[in-house]
Design a protein around this ligand. Structure first.
Ligand SMILES: [Zn+2]
Length: 175
């Protein structure tokens, strides 16, 4: 069971989310209720638990598709390290970036984006982190699209965090 109590998230990870929202003003208002400020400083850290609460409110008010779009935008605007230049490595690096942005960052506390290789043309990301499903679907689909325009991403049937389960599985297939 993940527990974000006392976990901090870097402001750097929050600003692209704000920029990706079509209604940035509403998002800022919601963020203020949760995190306590509208202006996010990239050099500061914020309470992750409150931030996730804000995202959940955004999802409720604006819909899951909005968060999916935000996730895609985040990945599209992300700076990738030079050694990450193919889809497989990019998918693996989601978890690395996630851990980099959170303190403390053990998987038992914040969960993860677990990469699984099914075949040369099929990968999976298992998410058991406390973030909303829609956002993660956008993140995974965004990475897949960026590194292979032919990649097709979908949420696998079965468990979903939006239905109160512990994890979601996203499948990425290459044609
Ligand atoms: Zn899900």
């Amino acid at each position: 069971m993940t527990d974000l109590n006392n976990v901090k998230i870097s402001g750097k990870a929050i600003t692209p989310v704000l920029k990706g929202l079509s209604n940035e003003n509403l998002a800022r208002k919601i963020l203020k209720e949760g995190v306590g400020t509208q202006e996010i400083d990239e050099n500061k850290q914020y309470p992750a638990e409150k931030y996730v609460e804000s995202l959940n409110i955004i999802e409720k008010k604006m819909g899951s598709l909005v968060l999916k779009k935000v996730g895609k935008f985040m990945m599209d605007s992300a700076k990738w390290p030079p050694n990450v230049n193919d889809l497989e490595n990019a998918l693996k690096s989601i978890d690395v970036a996630y851990k980099m942005n959170h303190t403390p960052n053990s998987s038992d506390k914040i969960g993860s984006y677990h990469f699984k290789k099914i075949s040369d043309k099929e990968f999976e990301i298992h998410c058991d982190n406390p973030y909303p499903c829609g956002l993660d679907l956008g993140i995974v689909a965004g990475v897949a699209q960026k590194f292979n325009p032919k990649a097709y991403t979908r949420h696998k049937e079965g468990d979903c965090r939006a239905k109160g389960k512990k994890s979601c599985v996203y499948s990425i297939k290459l044609s």
